[in-house]
Design a protein around this ligand. Structure first.
Ligand code: FE2
Length: 451
């Protein structure tokens, strides 16, 4: 099986960024420690894995979902599957070739890499990428097909929708490179689309994530703007100092958007947001700039955890750094999304394709953003740490963190299961796999009793 990591080539194709070449269903080779018996479900994680073995940019690879099934204190299988999209089914054809209709100029949003996230809502598992429609897959990773909310979805869908833990509603947006640039959507807990509303913004910007509170949604209008000339570097986006930066606050059910000017920055990911009296608090990974000279420019700095306080009375914004560590993949417990919260989780981040090791940080915001660190062994790296609650009523550190870890020396991977209440003991279980799981983006836990 050709899963070996490459040593030479562009950064996004070497080390554990190297794509794997086969789809497999295998049993784990060993388990270190004890898998908690209350874990009954499937851990899924999406990421780019170009079928041709090469891609113009890390973000452009075909979506491959990796999954480990856990039940009764055992790990029963690992499998990896491409999301069957027109791109993965036509290796070598460009997105433009497949999506652009030469006669009427329309874009087919079924053409997507589907490579960024995988979520569950209303009993469906959806693989997401911000340039296209969601793709429904099964918990066993078979592709069902594009999902369009009964044709109500008329734009792409962000890879970072938010599910309200109180109402079960799914809130998301669709960003496009031509008008309408931004559309807001809200779906009921049963999956019915309740609302689609165009949001007026001056131009197309790269809007990767947003945030919700108990009452509002918050759009991020940041200065990475659409520029077809930048396509030569793999993606049509670049920094623009003239654009400024603003957060747009809108009631969840619609209404006027109120824009708050912030210091120019980019933010791939919010950690969370919540209402706090006459303010709204937003926490996320702030970068001073991004892609000033186009998508190949790596000089903009890495995300650091940052807090913005939006003062609803005055319109002022207070901004403060929360840590000086380079981080990515901020997450909170699903039960805390949009609500005041105590704990948040991130992974250390580096542009080095072979960092010495990864660290997982747990922040306690009741103690001045104090951080607890889990340092993986030398040569071991991981991506996003997903919080999995111990029970449906679990609090925001009553559960586990799960992440795929790559061991560079052995060139194999394992699923690490960590006690979220106390990172100091290291993983409580490691599910060792006979294959390598490449670096990727985002994932989730699918409980077997999903509704
Ligand atoms: Fe993301």
């Amino acid at each position: 099986m050709t899963t070996t990591q490459r040593d030479d080539g562009p950064l996004h194709l070497i080390g554990n960024n190297s794509p794997v070449t086969e789809e497999v269903t295998v049993e784990p080779t060993a388990v270190t420690g004890q898998i908690p018996r209350d874990l009954d479900g499937v851990f899924v994680r999406n990421g780019p894995n170009p079928r041709t073995g090469t891609s113009t940019h890390y973000f452009a690879g075909d979506g491959m979902v990796h999954a480990v099934s856990l039940a009764d204190g055992r790990a029963t299988w690992y499998r990896n599957r491409y999301v069957r999209t027109p791109l993965s089914e036509n290796p070598g054809k460009s997105r433009f070739q497949l999506a652009f209709h030469p006669v009427d100029g329309t874009i087919d949003f079924r053409v997507t890499t589907a490579n960024t996230h995988v979520i569950t809502h209303a009993g469906r598992v959806l693989a997401l990428e911000e340039g296209g429609f969601p793709y429904e897959i099964t918990p066993e990773l078979e592709t069902v097909g594009p999902f369009t909310f009964c044709d109500a979805l008329r734009t792409p869908m962000t890879a970072h929708p938010k599910i309200c833990p109180t109402t079960g509603e799914l809130m998301f947006f669709g960003a496009r490179q031509r008008p309408p640039f931004l559309t807001y959507y809200r779906a009921a807990a049963n999956g019915d689309l309740l609302q689609a509303k165009e949001i007026t913004v001056p131009r197309a910007t790269m809007m990767h994530d947003f945030a919700i509170t108990a009452t509002a949604v918050i759009f991020l209008d940041l200065p990475v703007v659409f520029d077809p000339v930048a396509t030569a570097a793999g993606l049509p986006w670049r920094w623009d100092d003239t654009h400024g930066a603003r957060f747009g606050v809108m009631p969840r059910h619609g209404g006027a958007v109120r824009w708050f000017e912030v210091e120019p920055c980019y933010m791939w990911h919010t950690m969370n947001a919540f209402d706090a009296g006459n303010t709204i608090v937003v926490v996320g990974g702030r970068m001073p700039s991004l892609w000033r000279d186009g998508p190949a420019d790596r000089t903009g700095g890495l995300p650091r955890l940052h807090r913005w306080t939006l003062h609803l009375d005055s319109g002022a914004v207070t901004e403060e750094p929360l840590d000086d560590a380079d981080i990515e993949y901020p997450r909170v417990a699903d039960a805390d999304v949009g609500l005041p919260y105590r704990f948040g989780y991130v992974t250390s981040f580096s542009m080095d394709p072979r960092p010495a090791h990864s660290q997982i940080y747990k922040y306690d915001f009741s103690r001045g953003s104090a951080r607890q660190v889990l340092r993986l062994p030398t040569g071991n790296t991981c991506g996003e740490a997903v919080f999995v609650p111990r029970a449906e009523t679990a609090g925001d550190d009553d559960g586990y963190l799960m992440t795929f870890v790559h061991d560079r020396a052995r060139d194999t991977s394992h699923l690490a299961i960590i006690d979220a209440a106390d990172l100091s003991g290291g993983p409580i279980a490691e599910v060792r796999l006979p294959v390598r799981v490449p670096n990727g983006f985002h994932g989730n836990w699918i409980p077997r009793n999903r509704g």
